[in-house]
Each structure stands twice: as C-alpha cells, then as structure tokens.
Design a protein around this ligand. Structure first.
Ligand code: TYM
Length: 331
C-alpha cells in the first residue's frame, strides 16, 4: 500500500478533463492505497484572489468529488486551507526552491500571460505549495493529468535537494501516476488545446451541465470542411472530437465514425449529436448524485470535519519531523 495525494483547484465546477485526467484514477486507487484527496482553495487564490463565490466553489468541488464516486469512508477528503501544516511546510520548502527554476516553469509563464494584471508571488511559488501538498503526507503516487507533469518533476527536485542537504531520506520522490499509462490530456471543444475552466465559454463540458446545455456546447464544437480524400490524416479539431468520443462512446460507435471519416461520408452533425448523447449518458448518474448529495448539508459537514481531522493528524507528524530535522527544537 502506498500513499496517494491529489487535489483540484476550487475555481469552478469540475469538467470532463478533471474527471478523465484525475478523478477516474482517484476512484480506482482509493481501495488499493492510502488516499488523500483535497480541494486546493489556497492554489485557487493565486488566480481568483477575490472570487465572489469562493465558499460556494469549494463546496461544489466537494459535492462533485463525492458524486463522482470518491468514498469518504476509504479516502481522506479535505480542504487544503483546513490543514495549517501545509502552508507552514510550503514556507519552509520555499527555502529549497530557486527563483530561476520557478520562473522557467511552463504554467507560470502561461499564467503571467493570462493574468498579466496580477502577477503575484503566489503564482511563482505555486509549484512549491503543490510540493508541500504532496510531501506533507509523504506521498509517492500523484494521480494527475498531463498538464501537471512538470510540477511533479519540480516536486522531486525540491525533495531531493532537501533530503540531500539534511542527509536523510525524509521525503520519498512523488510521481505523476496513471496506472502505467501515458498521462491524459482531454481536449476542449474549441478545436485546440485542452479542456479547462479558464479556456473560454463553451470549451469545457462540466459534470453538472444539464443535457440541454451539454448538447448546445457539443453542437458548437469546432470542426473543419470535412475530408476530401479517403483515409486522410485528421486535423487537430477532428482528432479532438474522436478523442472525446473514445472517453464516453462504445467501440462500435467510434468505429462507425472512423469508417465514415475514412470513406469521406462523415457528417459532423451526426457525430456531435452522438457524442453529446454519450456524454449525457455518462454524466447522468453523476448529475443525479450531485443533486442528492448537494442537498445534504449535515453529511457534507461531517465529511469535511472528519477529513480535515485525519489530514491534520498525518500532516502534523511530517511537520514535526521536518521542524526537528531543520533544528526548530523549541516545541
Ligand atoms: P487543476 O485544478 O487545474 O485540475 C485538477 C486535475 O484535473 C486534471 N486536468 C486535466 N486532465 C486531463 N485533461 C484536461 N483537460 C485536464 N484539465 C485538468 C489536472 O491535471 C489535475 O490533475 N495544480 C493542480 C492542483 C493541485 C494538485 C496538488 C494536484 C494542487 N496541489 C497536489 C496534485 C497534487 C491544478 O491546478 O489542477
């Protein structure tokens, strides 16, 4: 049994990218490992310093975690800001992270482009907080999508630097994990890039989207003029549609549209209709549970209280050891 940690920022509702990149693995791993899944509300502050619905977003992620199938009886579910040991470890780990390597981080460069009006220090040290999240429980496996790979590499650098400096294997190296498979990158509906909440209206399909909204979004997905020669290579926007289909549709359906692409009879309207219906079929039970769990305030409070306690207990053990190794010995 290994220790697993992963988190999702509370910047909005969960989408299919979050589900297939991360949550699907959380669900599979929770019965085999010691799992800690959290809501990264402090990370959310780096880009949403004064979000109107901050509390509501945190609560939505909690409800959607549970609705998707994370079981609080077997995994520890908590809110990042409920565990004060994390920011303390983050502060300490900042001493082992170099500004140069943080500035070279792809997500930092991306974020300062998108949020040029708010290039705060939290954005720069984002990977350090993420490393603290992981190593506070001494995790080795981190189920995440492809976009988080570099953050994990940075976490290993910080860990190795710390262990080397104090000549002790305090932290194990954490690795991004997807059951031995390539990490996942779920494309968005806008024809390029990845599905994401901040990539613009209509790019992401949310677990909570109603069938009507979902159909509209999928029908508006970017396509091209259609194939002109048999067995032609697909452009990115069409590759993306097929990739989305592979997540939710049956093998027969996928094969049917592959064949129609190859013999140039494909009708994108039909393909999108089918894709939307398969996505609805997939999200239906989750949406039902969102309604059910979302109205049970007592249950949600209990989950978050108990999760917080368990997370703090594990975190306090690690922090005590780290403080003593560094030489803070007063208590
Ligand atoms: P966040 O909130 O952007 O996304 C949460 C998880 O969903 C995955 N994901 C995707 N996977 C595949 N395709 C996509 N289009 C897609 N969009 C999102 C992400 O890879 C991620 O696994 N920094 C993290 C949150 C975090 C964290 C951590 C994760 C904070 N501390 C410690 C693991 C361990 C983030 O911003 O994820």
């Amino acid at each position: 049994m290994e220790t697993v940690v992963s988190g999702i920022r509370s910047t909005g509702n969960l989408h299919l990218g979050n589900y297939f990149g991360a949550i699907r693995n959380f669900i599979k791993m929770q019965h085999e490992h010691r799992c800690y899944f959290f809501i990264a509300d402090m990370h959310a502050l780096t880009t949403h310093p004064k979000a109107d619905h901050f509390k509501e977003s945190v609560r939505n992620v909690l409800v959607e975690y549970l609705a998707a199938g994370i079981d609080p009886d077997v995994s520890t579910i908590y809110i990042q800001s409920d565990v004060p040991q994390i920011p303390e470890l983050y502060l300490l780990m900042n001493m082992y992270a170099y500004v140069g390597e943080l500035e070279r981080c792809t997500s930092f460069k991306d974020k300062i482009r998108k949020h040029s009006d708010n290039v705060n220090a939290g954005l720069l040290t984002y990977p350090v907080l993420m490393a603290a999240d992981i190593i506070i429980h001494k995790a080795t496996k981190v189920p995440v999508g492809k976009d988080q790979e570099q953050h994990l590499e940075m976490a290993r650098n910080f860990v190795n630097r710390f262990n080397h400096l104090y000549e002790k294997e305090v932290f194990p190296e954490p690795f991004a994990f997807n059951f031995g498979n390539e990490l996942v990158k779920v494309p968005g509906l806008d024809g390029s890039g990845k599905m994401g909440k901040s990539e613009g209206e209509g790019n992401a399909v949310f677990l909570a989207d109603t069938p009507e909204v979902l159909r509209k979004k999928v029908m508006r997905a970017v396509t091209d003029g259609g194939p002109t020669e048999p067995n032609q290579e697909k452009p990115e926007s069409i590759r993306n549609l097929f990739q989305l289909m592979r997540l939710v549709s049956t093998q027969d359906t996928i094969q049917h549209f592959e064949d129609t692409w190859n013999n140039c009879t494909i009708r994108y309207g039909d393909m999108k209709k089918q894709l939307a219906e398969d996505m609805i079929l997939f999200t239906d039970p989750i949406r039902e549970r969102i309604k059910e769990i979302g109205s049970n305030e007592t249950y949600l409070n209990k989950v978050i209280q108990e999760g917080g306690e368990k997370a703090r207990e594990s975190a306090a053990k690690t922090l005590k050891e780290v403080r003593s190794i560094i030489g803070f010995t007063n208590y």
